[in-house]
Design a protein around this ligand. Structure first.
Ligand code: BG6
Length: 285
């Protein structure tokens, strides 16, 4: 059921059962494909522009943004104070090669566990556990603080969902939830009314976990999140798409990101030696 495959320069774990298939790149421990017999098209958007080259984060699937989400200087003071040097956008986990720790099968599901341990300061380690079945997938990101002092960090499971038509795509579950509109000069706080629809560049941090339905012409993806109180909703739209790496100009019509996060005030404060688990589960109807 488990095999190591090569996609251009990148190694990946492929999981192939009678009921579901999955591919996870070792670079970034990034899930880039999941499908089931009932729903055989990839449940995740992956741009055809990707080169699958070492050190170039893949645009699509579920990049892991860790141990900071977004631009370093937009993080809380506590997060910024926890790192001796500013980190790059979305942290370093997505460009690192993770180690595959274990694979197992359990009833009708498959489980794969990856670890990232670097010498970066502060010394944090990450473990990600994927669980797959004919019902869907889950991804659990566990952060361990190996230091003898507290550390504040932010993160996101930056999921890219596919749609055939962004104009006929909606996200429900955030009615009357407050969000930060990061496209306004002062990051204004606004309140969502009804479903989230897409008609222009969208880059928002909702102050609620991603317990929602993503409704596209092909599918409804039902998400549930644990230990997250922030959800990023992103579509780059026309102009920004032209400057994005590993992305075609028209790809914005075929994707949306709904990111299960701990961002802004929802950053995690890890006590010495403590750990935190962030989890996303996805089913499809
Ligand atoms: C989203 C951010 O999470 O990621 C956006 O909210 C950002 O601001 C997007 O543009 C993509 O980031 P990157 O680093 O993968 O191009």
């Amino acid at each position: 059921m488990f095999s190591i495959i090569q996609i251009n320069q990148l190694e990946a774990l492929a999981i192939d059962s009678a009921e579901f298939k999955a591919i996870i790149l070792l670079q970034g421990a990034q899930l880039v494909e999941f499908s089931t017999t009932d729903h055989p098209n990839n449940w995740l958007f992956v741009s055809e522009a990707n080169e699958f080259a070492l050190g170039k984060p893949i645009r699509g699937g579920i990049p892991i943004c860790w141990p900071v989400f977004g631009a370093f200087d937009k993080n809380s003071e506590a997060v910024k104070a926890s790192f001796p040097e500013p980190l790059g956008q979305h942290g370093y986990a997505r460009s690192e090669i993770w180690s595959l720790k274990s694979t197992e099968t359990e009833q009708n599901s498959a489980i794969a566990c990856f670890e990232l341990n670097t010498n970066n300061k502060p010394h944090l380690s990450a473990t990600v556990i994927f669980r797959f079945s004919s019902e869907g997938y889950s991804i659990e990101l566990v952060t361990q603080n190996n230091e003898a002092h507290s550390i504040s960090m932010s993160q996101a499971l930056h999921s890219y969902f596919p749609t055939s038509d962004i104009d006929n795509t909606a996200v429900s579950g955030f009615d009357i939830v407050e969000y930060i509109d990061t496209l306004t000069a002062n990051w204004e706080s606004k309140t969502q009314q009804g479903d989230i629809l897409f008609s222009g560049e969208t880059d928002r941090i909702y102050q609620a976990g991603s317990n929602c339905d993503i409704k596209t012409p092909e599918a409804v993806f039902t998400l549930s999140a644990d230990n997250s109180n922030s959800t990023v909703v992103w579509n780059p739209w026309i102009e920004k798409s032209k400057g994005l790496s590993q992305f075609n100009d028209e790809d914005y019509r075929k994707m949306l990101c709904v990111e299960t996060a701990n961002a802004l005030d929802d950053a995690i404060m890890l006590a010495p030696k403590a750990s935190h688990s962030l989890k996303l589960s996805c089913k499809r109807g």
